[in-house]
Design a binder for this molecule. Structure first.
Ligand code: GP9
Ligand code: MN
Length: 427
């Protein structure tokens, strides 16, 4: 409906913020590598088990002077899990209320996505590499709609049974084999690498387990540090490779956790791991934090405390790459902007903001975890709840109504899936 489009346009106009001008274009023309950290929660950063750092390589990145890190960055996925994270990062549109937007709309909808924009505005080569099945989450179709030129999935990799775990090749093997493809990508490139080993049920083979399991007696939880440790080692090896090739100097690296690894069925074990006496729905909501780290040689970094989420990555990145986003239909905001609204909507209508947090029908003070009872504060907290719902439902109208058909910047050439052929990834 055209009234839907008008409502979306009005909302976006009213909520637009100016990106941080100090960061505009600081990474212009750089290669971009997005590294998808499967099921990786923020609490793993700097976490120690039996005196040993679980993720030493990621910790080093987190604290590096040339890394922009965010410690109040939340996942916002729904039932589409990984695919919702991808949808938000590539399009700054939310997943849908039920199911996966990439599955339901990824084939047929019009998108104005990161890869298509970077190709058209910056001459980028665009690719995704993933050591798993090409059709999982409808990737082999959705990536065409997003404008990815190349998609290397399991069929592009050498395979042995023992190299595979859960959803794909083990991360070390996957990243090592990806190197030969990366080296061949014409520059500048925009590349996404999707890891899988740190995925439920966190059950790593003995040879690869090089840190002790935790001892909460919850089987699902106790292997989590082991697979996270393995993923971290794989990242360490990959970073060393980047250095050897000199790519580290030319590349903007973006690390993000897609969603929680430990669900709220494991609150007792999480209480032990996080050293809390009691652990309830509020604590679980706080645990929806995932890493976002943006790293490049010479980048003015630091640990930022702004409250944001996956929907905000695309506007943040576009600003760093010097690409204007004010004529695009993006529901997120530059995380480095002083005017960032800092309201993080969860797909189920919950939200987190610096002041208030909503979980189910309860409102909490974010800083203390106490229930909001004061009438005035309650009114403020409810208002934020309405704003969170408003952005979700407007994003839903864009997705379910395929509204980007009717809305594009004059410079944008609509992506056509038939222009792409992933051959082995489609098999
Ligand atoms: C599969 C992987 C897992 O390819 O991305 O998806 P998830 O189960 O985390 O949504
Ligand atoms: Mn996932």
């Amino acid at each position: 409906k055209s009234s839907d489009l008008a409502a979306v346009k009005k909302y976006l106009k009213q909520n637009r913020v100016a990106p941080n001008a100090q960061y505009t274009g600081v990474a212009k023309g750089k290669d971009v590598i997005m590294i998808h950290l499967e099921s990786f929660q923020q609490f793993l950063i700097d976490y120690k088990w039996k005196g040993k750092e679980v993720t030493p390589n990621l910790n080093k990145l987190y604290h590096a002077k040339d890394t922009l890190a965010f410690d109040n960055f939340f996942n916002q996925v729904g039932q589409g899990k990984t695919s919702d994270a991808e949808m938000m990062l590539e399009n700054s549109l939310f997943g849908v209320q039920s199911g996966s937007a990439m599955t339901t709309y990824g084939t047929s909808n019009v998108f104005e996505s990161m890869p298509a924009i970077l190709k058209q505005k910056g001459g980028y080569t665009t690719a995704v590499m993933h050591g798993g099945s090409g059709s999982f989450w409808n990737r082999n179709n959705a990536y065409k709609s997003f404008g990815y030129q190349y998609f290397m999935s399991l069929n592009y990799y050498n395979y042995q049974n023992s190299w595979y775990l859960g959803y794909g090749l083990k991360d070390k093997i996957f990243l090592k084999q990806s190197a030969k493809y990366i080296a061949e990508l014409p520059q500048p490139f925009y590349l996404k690498l999707i890891t899988v080993t740190n995925h439920y049920p966190y059950d790593l083979d003995k040879q690869n387990a090089s840190i002790a399991k935790t001892d909460t007696n919850d089987n699902t939880v106790d292997g989590y540090v082991q697979t996270a440790h393995y993923l971290d080692q794989a990242i360490g090896e990959f970073m060393a490779w980047l250095k050897r090739t000199g790519l580290d100097k030319k590349t903007l690296l973006v690390f993000y956790g897609d969603h929680y690894g430990i669900s709220n069925n494991h609150n007792e074990a999480m209480a032990i791991l996080t050293g809390k006496k009691s652990y309830g729905e509020f604590d679980d909501q706080q645990q929806q934090r995932v890493p976002l780290m943006i790293h490049a040689a010479g980048l003015k970094g630091g640990i930022k405390h702004v409250y944001g989420g996956e929907i905000d990555v695309m506007p943040t990145l576009l600003n760093l790459l010097g690409i204007k986003s004010n004529d695009l239909m993006l529901f997120g905001h530059d995380l480095l902007s002083r005017q960032n609204p800092q309201l993080v909507a969860q797909r189920n209508g919950n939200y987190i903001s610096p002041e208030f947090t909503k979980v189910a029908s309860s409102y909490y003070y974010t800083k203390t975890g106490r229930r909001v009872k004061n009438e005035q504060d309650l009114a403020k907290a409810k208002l934020l709840g309405n704003r969170a719902l408003a952005q979700l439902s407007l994003s839903d109208r864009v997705m379910t109504g395929n509204l980007l058909r009717f809305y594009k910047p004059s410079w944008f050439k609509t992506t056509k899936a038939e222009d792409y052929d992933y051959n082995k990834a489609d098999a």
